[in-house]
Design a protein around this ligand. Structure first.
Ligand code: FAD
Ligand code: NAG
Ligand code: NAG
Ligand code: NAG
Ligand code: NAG
Length: 501
């Protein structure tokens, strides 16, 4: 009874309803949050901080915890006074959040330097790109028939549906799970695509096994270090990343992360969060974060917390939950190790069947799924800053190459790939999920005001996927806080948006 009374009283106080930025009405029950924490300063966490600031306004304190480097899996290594991407490197032209960040931050697009790709099967180059676009198309047509066109149409249709997310998000709609989000974009078809192998979807589409082995498998190997058994949805993300309209950020992709932190006016705390536990006072729940810094330990209370780092044990985030049963006690899955080796040296073109390096026309070599092959790809790479006069090194010159492999390369393997080298820099990544079909997707909502961003990686791991998840969580947290249930998990959004202004 008292509760009802109090509710009516509060309702009166808050009349007329304040309108949220999405245009919906809201009941301002508890006032705005005063402190929000984001754990992780990769692209996911920093984009979340930025979107939280947009939605919750200038007053709220936004703290971002980072145990390592700002950027996370966006990172560079320095070779010979130049920096090279060692983690996430390419961005698709239709990745609208990433584009928007770059624009807002006044960063520049890094131009791409032309270079040809080949596919190597361990013995010889079986597929090569040529100078002439039409000739390439003709060759693909001749070799694989209809496969190529079917595949392109399939990827384009998926991308077109995926792009609906930008409209939904611009209208302020949020989703309480990755399934809800995907379902609203592509129905049960999209959700099913996170559960069945890519190869099954492609065979059903009429793509030939030959094409899958020689074209699709190499692309999955270079992008995700895995084979064509990965789920169809992440497979499509990976294929989109093999198209031609790709870019990167001048100066390094990680500049987006540090830029977003500034833009969000967020506090960066160099600390590893160790525990998250709910603290109740009456109806209100807050979260106590305990953390370790270089000099000691501390703890703080927050109204809303976003976890923006993978929590699988193989990633060793070190975050533990206390005082509530975490949904992660049963969360399966591991992250896949990919080793990025950046070598300054002379490529051994003989190994690829070209004894004379001057006749080796390729900038990147992808590989088929061949049992004894110790690497996934090897490519000549450009620095993150490209000056006007830049040109790619010729294979007979010493150049900078990036090799992806499942294990660190040993001396013998390096000597196989390179005639000789000046330097070798190794980055071992827990790079992306170890995909399997039928895995299920982790939850977004862990507790009333506690959210998890990186579940989206199990649908597809990419900078833009983390950015989409960041925007979704900021909207979700905002609507949950303001009890705007009509902005979460709404059905038939395509239609609703058409009828909205
Ligand atoms: C080799 C490689 C190549 C890739 N290529 C591409 C590509 O070409 N294009 C593309 O779009 N994507 C690519 N990706 C994927 C892309 O890099 C990731 O999907 C994306 O960067 C993930 O960002 P995130 O912020 O979600 O996670 P992360 O970048 O992993 O950020 C999480 C952060 O949280 C911090 N952290 C963890 N635990 C704690 C704690 N307890 N307390 C405080 N901080 C903590 C970590 O230090 C880290 O900085 C690639 C990834 C790798 C590894
Ligand atoms: C997705 O899978 C479910 C269950 O197997 C099925 O009922 C549904 O028709 C599938 N959706 C599509 C679009 O294939
Ligand atoms: C792909 O790799 C997984 C895990 O390593 C394996 O179980 C599966 O059989 C492989 N699939 C193919 C088509 O080789
Ligand atoms: C590289 O590019 C970034 C972003 O444009 C710029 O801030 C930086 O000064 C550049 N560095 C060099 C060495 O040119
Ligand atoms: C280069 O590749 C050839 C052919 O595989 C191999 O015989 C040779 O040992 C490799 N290494 C060097 C340093 O030439």
């Amino acid at each position: 009874m008292l509760r009802l009374f109090l509710f009516l009283f509060l309702l009166l106080l808050s009349w007329p309803p304040v309108s949220g930025d999405a245009g919906a009405t809201r009941l301002d029950v508890g006032g705005p949050p005063s402190k929000i924490a984001v754990i992780g300063a990769g692209i996911g966490g920093t984009a979340t901080a930025h979107f939280l600031r947009q939605h919750f306004g200038p007053e709220v304190q936004v703290d971002v915890f980072e145990k390592g480097e700002v950027g996370g899996r966006l990172a560079t290594v320095t070779v010979n006074h130049h920096d090279y991407e060692s983690g996430g490197s390419i961005i698709h032209s239709l990745n609208l959040h990433m584009q928007d960040f770059v624009k807002q931050l006044g960063l520049k697009y890094r131009r791409s330097v032309a270079g040809k790709t080949a596919v190597f099967n361990g013995e010889e180059v079986i597929l090569e790109e040529t100078d002439w676009y039409l000739l390439d198309l003709f060759r693909l047509w001749w070799r694989y028939g209809i496969s190529f066109i079917r595949l392109q149409m399939w990827v384009e249709e998926i991308m077109e549906k995926f792009m609906r997310i930008y409209k939904y998000q611009a209208h302020g709609y949020a989703f309480s799970s990755v399934e809800e989000l995907l379902g609203s974009l592509g129905g049960s078809g999209f959700i099913n695509m996170t559960r069945r192998p890519l190869s099954d979807s492609l065979l059903e589409l009429g793509v030939s096994q030959h094409f899958i082995d020689e074209v699709i498998a190499p692309i999955m190997r270079v992008n995700y270090g895995q084979n064509v058994s990965i789920p169809a949805f992440v497979g499509a993300v990976s294929l989109a990343g093999a198209q031609t309209n790709l870019w990167a950020v001048e100066g390094g992709n990680k500049l987006v992360c540090s830029g977003l932190l500034k833009l969000a006016n967020a506090n960066l705390l160099q600390a590893q969060v160790t525990t998250v536990s709910p603290v109740y006072s009456g109806e209100i729940v807050q979260y106590q974060l305990s953390f370790n810094t270089a000099t000691g330990s501390g703890s703080e209370l927050y109204d809303i917390v976003v976890l923006a780092t993978p929590l699988q044990t193989s990633v060793a985030s070190g975050v533990k939950f206390q005082g509530f049963s975490s949904p992660f006690d049963t969360l399966p899955g591991e992250y896949h190790r990919t080793v990025a080796t950046v070598v300054h040296g002379y490529l051994n073109t003989s190994f690829f069947g070209f004894p004379d390096p001057r006749l080796f026309p390729f900038a990147s070599v992808l590989t088929t799924d061949t049992p004894d092959l110790f690497f996934n790809s090897a490519a000549s790479v450009c620095p993150v800053n490209i000056s006007a006069g830049f040109r790619r090194k010729q294979p007979q010159e010493a150049g900078i190459y990036k090799v992806f492999s499942p294990q660190p390369l040993d001396k013998a393997q390096l000597k196989t790939l390179f005639r000789s080298y000046y330097s070798v820099q190794v980055t071992e990544w827990q790079a992306y999920p170890q995909y399997a079909s039928g895995q299920g997707l982790p939850p977004v909502e862990l507790h009333s005001n506690l959210y998890y961003l990186n579940g989206i990686e199990w649908a597809g791991s990419a900078m833009e996927m983390s950015s989409v998840a960041a925007k979704n969580i900021a909207l979700l947290a905002y609507h949950r806080w303001n009890r705007q249930t009509d902005m979460v998990d709404q059905k038939d959004l395509m239609h609703r948006i058409k009828t909205e202004l």
